[in-house]
Design a binder for this molecule. Structure first.
Ligand SMILES: Cc1cc2nc3c(=O)[nH]c(=O)nc-3n(C[C@H](O)[C@H](O)[C@H](O)COP(=O)(O)O)c2cc1C
Length: 356
């Protein structure tokens, strides 16, 4: 069972635990001849890196990537690309309570139920430390589809949403929340600070858009592009919902209200709306691919929560250690990476079937 792998032709596998010596990814199926160096990957890891503001976990990880294989004289060889990131700032003693009792909402109980034995240090394999490996693999994927532009942002924190009328692309990287609405970013400072100081946490909605995806990528029915993207994003830690285009809101529309009306354009059709999020019949229409991802609030909180211990006895748990007060913020580069990984795979699948 290769449950640690994702993708069909452009396929990656991640490995490693939060407090082990290192984590990493093996990317297999990358086309040969693509210029690739660590400098192509590092900026994306820096975007996800912890400890960059008081609104993320204070774990200090440099997240320096090393390419161990698959690249010769600065170009991919078509063989497996092995990427490694060392863990340097583990504090396993912070997690002694997690060894004995289960954090409600985290994976402690379910991992024990499945495996009967787990590396509890920092959440082990269930830690979102793993997402650094995906971001590294995603950086390689971006190079396979250079014609695609992917951008992602936080749309809401703790139920407080941005105003899309105030959307400013340049603002996204200018505040610690990846927020395109400066007024919302200012509100979120107090909101996230409040949650952090109270020992609580908040959920978030992350939006992602990919432009430059040619009409025709994707596949019908059992391999719908919608399903591939949902699979990719639901596999991210703490994600509890994915919507493509209007998603659940489409169910409240009429047929004419939901129609992405078409007119002849200069280069293919011109669409007058994009309720479908750029995908119909599982296949890209050439419009921007749009999705939204719901991140639940961080489970590890200082406020005590009722639980049970490993022997089944009632207990309370308050999780010490360093945690993100809102995991959705650092989810932004992870969602982008999963979008890139799916689209690189789709590009190769489309070429394989159609020759284009
Ligand atoms: C970027 C990122 C950082 C995270 N950091 C934490 C954290 O500090 N503490 C925590 O309890 N959960 C954190 N999580 C979420 C857990 O990893 C996740 O809830 C856990 O593995 C259980 O899986 P599930 O929520 O998908 O069911 C984070 C998630 C992401 C995406």
């Amino acid at each position: 069972m290769s449950i640690n792998s994702f993708g069909h032709l452009f396929r990656f596998t991640t490995w490693g635990e939060s407090h082990g010596p290192a984590i990493g990814a093996v990317v297999d199926g990358c086309p040969p001849g693509i210029a690739l160096g660590e400098a192509d990957i590092q900026p994306w890891l820096d975007k996800r890196r912890p400890g960059t503001s008081r609104f993320t976990t204070q774990r200090r990880e440099p997240d320096q990537v090393r390419i161990l294989s698959g690249v010769f004289e600065g170009r991919t060889t078509g063989t497996p690309i092995s990427l490694m990131i060392e863990n340097v700032d583990q504090r396993s003693k912070d997690y002694s309570e997690v060894a004995l009792a289960y954090r409600p909402g985290h994976a402690d109980y379910s991992y024990d139920a499945k495996y009967g034995f787990r590396d509890y240090r920092g959440g082990g394999r269930s830690s979102a430390r793993e997402t650094a490996s995906r971001v590294a693999a995603g950086a390689v994927a971006r190079l396979v589809v250079p014609q695609v532009r992917i951008r992602s942002w936080v749309e809401a924190i703790g139920g407080d949403a941005i105003d899309y009328a105030a959307f400013d692309d340049a603002a996204i990287d200018a505040n610690p929340f990846f927020c395109p609405d400066p007024a919302a970013a200012a509100r979120w400072e107090a909101l996230v600070d409040g949650a952090r100081k109270a020992g609580s946490s908040l959920g978030a909605v992350v939006a992602c858009e990919a432009t430059g995806v040619p009409a025709g990528w994707g596949a019908p029915l059992y391999a719908k592009l919608d399903a591939e993207l949902a699979h990719a994003c639901m596999g991210i830690n703490a994600v509890k919902g994915v919507e493509i285009g209007d998603g659940f809101a489409a169910a409240a529309l009429t047929g004419e209200g939901n129609a992405d009306a078409m007119r002849p354009g200069t280069d293919g059709p011109e669409f007058l709306a994009n309720h479908a999020g750029g995908i119909t019949g599982g296949i890209a229409t050439g419009q921007p691919i749009r999705l939204r991802v719901a991140f639940k609030p961080t489970s590890s909180i200082l406020i005590p929560v009722e639980t049970i211990d490993r022997t089944g006895q009632a207990a309370d748990i308050a999780t010490k250690g360093r945690h993100d007060p809102c995991v959705g913020i650092r989810g932004v580069p992870v969602v982008e990476a999963m979008m890139a990984l799916v689209l690189a795979d789709q590009a190769l699948l489309h070429r394989g079937q159609t020759g284009r």
